[in-house]
Design a protein around this ligand. Structure first.
Ligand code: PHE
Length: 509
């Protein structure tokens, strides 16, 4: 930024502080306050932190301990050990017993104890026993101490004059004073030294003038003409401001929107379907044998009301599908070779995959070519864990055209995931009753391979009864599984726990 731009973005207070620093070079907030003729220290500190953010000043902080006397009168009192030592010298000729000292009555019991403790610690006396009596004899050091003022006493006197910084005091003496009960106060003080950076010096030297500043134009400032004389504070678009979170769409909704756009731009048409389906359309038409494990209650949610679907509109197809399952009909297949049951096909269920949408679409309008997709919720009677949900969304699609082949299928899948931001997928052989060949798409995520979905080319047992003779490429992917790598989620359940913080902060893609 050029100098003028920087100057233009300085507030009135920032300018004042900058100019004060130009003269002082380096100063504490109090000195700046006086120099800039401001009213409050907070004005200096606010301006300083803005100037620091703009790289114009640096603030060095030093935290020090400061000591003061709790009661300055204490400094005038004689230390108890000195009083007792003096009594031993003058009243008992340098040697006294405990009983004598107690009896003298000059000292309180508690005071005496403290005093003797210090006499021992400071080496002023020797303690010995004489017939069960404690005898205290003053040492040479004790005699000498009575002639002079000790380091601790001198320090007390200095503290009585005013607080002292930890660097101004003798370590040993202060330790001694700290050991005395209710004697010293300690507090931490932060000293700040503010100085200009090179850039700050340069800006301060440009010699800007300081006008009064207003933050808002009012009818009065305009009609009176004062707006001409004042500076109008500029907006700083980079200034810190709290983020305001408004209402927004759920990330899953947005992801669906994005997927929809990917397919639409790839030339697909969207189709939808119902949650409620018959086993016939969900499974039988897809050549899934009636004893297939996925049809069991623990994988599929069957309905008790209505328990039976009406297939009267599809009687012709019902008859063909029955034959496809029993003997292959005209498809060239041998079928599954069992007695197909209409009752089983009439069961109602919550769709277990959206492949039912695409197969219905083919049945309705089998004219080749077509490219359709659907994004919809499916239901499976599954236990929840970090990669499974009993309700999830599938991204389904089919391409039917002359010459469509397996290579094309793999390319479309890779292209789709690439557009979703996943450059690397693994394609593995798999099995579905309705496709041949079949494949699974996997991604290496959270330290393991995770299945994203399945795909394949519909078998003739599926397409021939619907009157389609060209290859149909088909796939069904999990939306939430795709969301995991896209958003970096370790647990699929996190998507639906409605953590308000997560919802607020998710980018609106
Ligand atoms: N329907 C399969 C599933 O739900 C996915 C799939 C769709 C597989 C189309 C092959 C073809 O897992």
């Amino acid at each position: 930024m050029i100098n003028q731009e920087v100057v233009d973005q300085l507030s009135y207070l920032e300018k004042k502080v900058l100019l004060a620093l130009r003269d002082l070079r380096s100063a504490d907030p109090g000195e700046i306050l006086a120099r800039a003729e401001l009213n409050q220290l907070v004005e200096v500190m606010n301006a300083t932190s803005w100037l620091q953010a703009k790289g114009l000043v640096v603030v060095r902080e030093r935290v020090t301990k400061r000591y003061s006397l709790k009661d300055p009168d204490d400094a005038r009192k004689t230390l108890p050990e000195k009083a007792v030592a003096r009594a031993i010298l003058t009243e008992f000729d340098g040697k006294a017993t405990m009983t004598q000292l107690k009896r003298a009555g000059t000292f309180k019991q508690s005071e005496l104890q403290i005093a003797l403790g210090w006499i021992r610690k400071k080496g002023w006396g020797e303690f010995s026993k004489d017939g069960g009596e404690t005898v205290i004899t003053l040492t040479q050091k004790g005699h000498d101490a009575l002639e002079i003022e000790g380091e601790d006493e001198l320090l007390m006197k200095r503290l009585a004059e005013g607080d002292l910084d930890e660097n101004e005091v003798d370590g040993m003496a202060i330790d001694q004073l700290r050991q005395r009960k209710d004697f010293l106060s300690e507090r931490l003080v932060t000293e700040r030294d503010i100085s200009l950076t090179d850039r700050g010096t340069e800006i301060a030297a440009t010699g800007f003038d300081i006008k009064d500043e207003i933050g808002q134009l009012t009818p009065e400032t305009i009609s009176s003409g004062t707006w001409r004389e004042v500076d109008i504070r500029r907006y700083d678009v980079r200034a810190f401001a709290p983020t305001i979170y408004g209402g927004r769409a759920h990330p899953i909704t947005l992801l669906i929107e994005k997927i929809r756009n990917v397919f639409l731009t790839m030339g697909f048409t969207e189709i939808t379907g119902d949650y409620l389906e018959s086993a016939f359309w969900n499974m039988d038409v897809l050549f899934t044998a009636q004893d297939h494990p996925a049809r069991e209650l623990h994988d599929t949610f069957y309905l008790s009301d209505p328990a039976k679907s009406d297939l009267t509109g599809d009687l012709e197809l019902v008859e063909i599908v029955k034959q496809v399952h029993e003997n292959g009909w005209k498809t060239g297949s041998l079928g599954w070779r069992y007695d197909w049951s209409l009752e089983e096909a009439q069961k109602t269920l919550l769709r277990t995959h959206t492949t039912v949408n695409t197969i219905r679409r083919i049945a309705e309008d089998p004219e080749v070519p077509f490219k359709v997709f659907s994004i919809g919720r499916v239901f499976r009677n599954e236990a929840m864990d970090s990669t499974h949900l009993p309700e999830f969304v599938q991204i389904e699609g089919i391409i039917c055209e002359e010459g469509a082949n397996f290579d094309m299928l793999c390319t479309v899948l890779k292209e789709f995931y690439l557009r979703m931001g996943i450059p690397k997928i693994r394609i593995r052989p798999s099995y579905y009753p309705y496709t041949e060949p079949s494949l699974d798409v996997e991604i290496f995520f959270n330290g393991q391979w995770m299945e994203l979905g399945g795909a394949g080319i519909f078998r003739p047992e599926v397409t021939e009864p619907l009157g389609v003779h060209e290859p149909v490429l088909a796939w069904g992917f999990g939306l939430e599984r795709l969301a995991m790598p896209v958003w970096g989620l370790k647990d699929i359940r996190d998507i639906y726990i409605s953590d308000i913080d997560w919802l607020k902060k998710m980018p609106q893609i």
